[in-house]
Every structure is written in structure tokens, then in C-alpha cells.
Design a binder for this molecule. Structure first.
Ligand code: TMP
Length: 234
């Protein structure tokens, strides 16, 4: 598979065309940002951790019947994926109050929720990824009704699979963000699933084991990413 022109560079990944128009290569960087790029840094070998962890998780999700963009791991930082057009939605599932939810609604982090929450942000850096609802998505034609229904169904299925998977590794899945793309007209899971995109707390100590260590300057950032990967590989 020949790596060709770079077609997209995001904050944490680069995407390259290949000699097959139906396939892209995703290349994970060590760059870390928070607060819509307001805070910048590097997390050594984050690209390796996020690439490896995403590949392991996408394979598990495929086995559970959730279609993903994953084709195969090609190096420690690169994965071959199906070419998709990303829907401009950040799909967030919350099992426990934390982060922007706690701040917006004045709820202490770690508080339990009477219901699992699915929320959407409009993926648009210039606007700061504003919170939106189903009507906004349909009115702005960010997705069709059928696509929106598929996104929700898969998001809850991902949550069920990941809660169980992480718990087995001694990690509580507090919340996460996923993205979907269109491939031959079908909605499939794309992007990544990593400590950048999930909140993971140690089941025994409640220690934060994710990107909040970078966002909030909690220290032991690199070590934590390595620890999460090591647990996932066990
Ligand atoms: P939030 O509480 O800041 O809204 O974040 C919810 C989840 O989404 C959390 O697991 C971190 C993840 N997330 C991303 O993956 N990318 C982002 O840009 C943001 C803001 C959050």
C-alpha cells in the first residue's frame, strides 16, 4: 500500500491518500492540544499508544457487530482505514458526570447520573464545537434522519461494549467522544478511541487515567498513557 498525498492534518493525526481511492492511512502524532487548541504540548509516544489502542478496540467493536473504518495496523503509528467522509459531529456519551457537563450544569465530577447521556457537538473549530441537538443537526443538514438514528444506535452499542471491556482492565468509563463517517453511503465508526477521547478512572483509586492529566497539569502524563495501553494489552 503506497502512502501518497496528505489530505488532512488535524490536531492529533494526519490522513494520507493511498494508491487505492477507497483506503486512507492515518498517522498518529504526539501533539496534544486542549481547550480548542488554546493549550499545546507533546505527550511522548502518545501516537503509538493511541494508534495501538484504537486498533485493538475497533477490532473488538467489529466483533460486536459495529461497523468501523479499521482495515489493519501497518506500523506503530499508522493504520490503514476505509476512506470515509466524516460527519461533522462529536458524539459524546456520559456515564458519570465530569468535564464540561459538570461545569455547565453545576454537578460535582464523579456524581452518578440517573440516565446515560448522549450529546452532540457540532465539529467546527472556528465555532468552538458548540453543543447541538437532533433538530439542529437536521436543520443544518449535518446528517439525515436515518444517519442520525444509526449514529445513536452505534454510540450506545459502543458504550455497552467499552464499559465492559474497560472494567475488565480496572478502568471505569466515565465518558467518551466518537466520530462517524460515511462509506458507500453507510454510517461507520471512524476517528480514534484512546485516552485522548475517553475519560477513564481507576476503579480502585478513581485516579484519572486519560488526557485530563494533560489538560489539568496533573503530572505523570506519559506514564499514564503507557499504563492504559499495558492494561488493555493484558
Ligand atoms: P467534555 O466533558 O470536555 O465535553 O468531554 C467529553 C468527552 O469527550 C471526554 O471523554 C473527552 C472527549 N473530548 C474529545 O475527545 N475531544 C474534545 O475536543 C473534547 C472537548 C472532549
Amino acid at each position: 500500500m503506497k502512502k501518497m498525498e496528505m489530505i488532512y492534518e488535524g490536531k492529533a493525526k494526519k490522513v494520507f491518500q493511498t494508491d487505492d481511492p477507497k483506503l486512507y492511512i492515518v498517522d498518529y502524532k504526539d501533539d496534544a492540544t486542549a481547550f480548542n487548541g488554546g493549550k499545546k504540548g507533546t505527550i511522548a509516544d502518545k501516537g503509538v499508544v493511541n494508534n495501538t489502542m484504537s486498533a485493538i478496540i475497533f477490532e473488538i467493536l467489529e466483533k460486536k457487530g459495529i461497523p468501523t473504518h479499521m482495515v489493519k495496523l501497518i506500523s506503530d503509528r499508522e493504520t490503514l482505514v476505509k476512506a470515509v467522509k466524516i460527519l461533522p459531529l462529536e458524539v459524546i456519551i456520559r456515564n458519570v458526570a465530569a468535564g464540561s457537563f459538570s461545569k455547565r450544569y453545576g454537578v460535582e465530577e464523579g456524581s452518578s447520573l440517573a440516565k446515560t447521556i448522549l450529546e452532540f457537538s457540532y465539529k467546527n473549530d472556528a465555532l468552538g464545537d458548540p453543543l447541538i441537538n437532533d433538530d439542529h443537526i437536521l436543520a443544518l443538514e449535518l446528517a439525515t434522519e436515518e444517519q442520525l438514528a444509526a449514529v445513536k444506535k452505534y454510540a450506545y452499542a459502543v458504550n455497552d461494549a467499552l464499559k465492559e471491556f474497560f472494567l475488565d482492565k480496572g478502568l471505569k468509563l466515565i465518558d467518551f467522544k466518537i466520530e462517524f463517517g460515511l462509506c458507500d453511503g453507510e454510517v461507520i465508526l471512524a476517528d480514534e478511541i484512546s485516552p485522548d477521547t475517553c475519560r477513564l478512572w481507576d476503579v480502585k483509586t478513581n485516579e484519572k487515567m486519560d488526557k485530563d492529566r494533560f489538560r489539568r497539569d496533573l503530572g505523570r502524563v506519559e506514564e499514564t498513557y503507557q499504563e492504559v495501553l499495558a492494561r488493555i494489552k493484558r
